[in-house]
Design a protein around this ligand. Structure first.
Ligand code: ADP
Ligand code: MG
Length: 234
């Protein structure tokens, strides 16, 4: 896939972000795992999904007007059958219609194996330029601000230190009976975003922000189940 072509195409279409599917294709082209997926135009066009994808599945709204999909009922998880999928898509459609007329379709994808939800981000600091961030998902980032930042490029040692400095790191390491998340997979993802050959530097001047929220990290892998790229418009 040509990353630069999909960025130019989005800009030509007047967008300042990549849609989720394009964002995930950029991640995959950079070696970050994403779920197998299909884009469906209409709720009743979903019958083929179960022959192409392995359940359980997840369905999501695709609309340039909806950034926080689950806030409006735009994400359904753990879908086990074709009937459930059609019902889920209809529910997503009616929830989305309350917010926008611009529904581009529905992303149907495989569910990631159970793991910890973490956030890997890249942004552009006015003073320091490209930076990379890491934190645990949900309240840890949003309420407790338990996050680590570094200026790009980071090394594997930096990436390990970013994990170590989180107050909630014990949760990642299996405290309270949870899964011990693969730190190797986290380090690898952090480098692919913020390392020497990472996307923040490779796409500097084209992409100002990358948000993988969440990356789901199990014992042996990390899968990016949501992706947001903010583009620089000239
Ligand atoms: P948004 O952030 O726009 O609300 P997400 O795509 O992040 O939507 O999905 C919301 C939540 O649904 C995620 O935080 C995650 O818990 C769950 N989820 C989404 N996609 C998957 C997937 N492929 N596998 C497992 N869980 C998923
Ligand atoms: Mg998300």
């Amino acid at each position: 896939m040509d990353v630069h072509a999909s960025i130019s195409e989005a800009l030509r279409a007047g967008r300042s972000t990549l849609d989720e599917e394009s964002g995930k294709r950029v991640l995959a082209a950079n070696g970050i795992k994403v779920p197998a997926s299909l884009l469906i135009a209409e709720p009743d066009g979903a019958s083929g999904a179960f022959t192409k994808l392995s359940p359980p599945l997840v369905a999501k709204i695709v609309s340039p007007d909806i950034v926080h999909k689950s806030d409006i009922g735009g994400v359904k998880v753990r879908i086990g059958s074709a009937e459930e999928l059609e019902t889920a898509l209809r529910e997503i459609e009616s929830a989305a219609k309350a917010h926008t007329d611009d529904i581009e379709g529905y992303l149907v994808e495989e569910m990631a194996p159970a793991g910890h939800e973490v956030v890997v981000g890249g942004s552009t600091d006015q003073t320091f330029g490209p930076i990379v961030m890491f934190g645990l998902g949900g309240i840890f980032v949003e309420v407790l601000a338990d996050v680590a930042f570094r200026i790009c490029p980071i090394t594997p040692v930096d990436a390990r230190e970013m994990i170590d400095e989180l107050k909630a790191v014990k949760l990642l390491r299996g405290a309270r009976g949870g899964i011990h998340a693969s730190e190797e997979a986290i380090v690898d993802t952090l480098l692919k975003v913020g390392g020497e050959d990472g996307m923040m530097l490779a796409l500097e001047g084209k992409v100002t922000e990358i948000d993988i929220n969440p990356l789901i990290v199990s014992e042996n892998e990390a899968i990016a189940v949501d992706a947001r790229f903010v583009l620089k418009r000239d």
